[in-house]
Design a binder for this molecule. Sequence first.
Ligand SMILES: [Zn+2]
Length: 72
Amino acid sequence: MRCTRCAGLRVSEIIYDGGNRIPALRCVHCGDVVDHVIAFNRQRLSHQKPRRARMHIYRNVRWKKNQHATMA
Ligand SMILES: [Zn+2]
């Protein structure tokens, strides 16, 4: 497996987190550690397309506020 940051060699490692043993992959070049949770999150984020939903909501709210201000 290759490192996503430097394309270096990753080695499997066991991380101890709060008594839990988590299988992870550590890069021998840059020291980046990826466990299954991080890998899942990165995969999820990379598949996610940037959406403008928040911007639309913000614009709608501002537009409504302006409408309200002109009416008052
Ligand atoms: Zn690396």
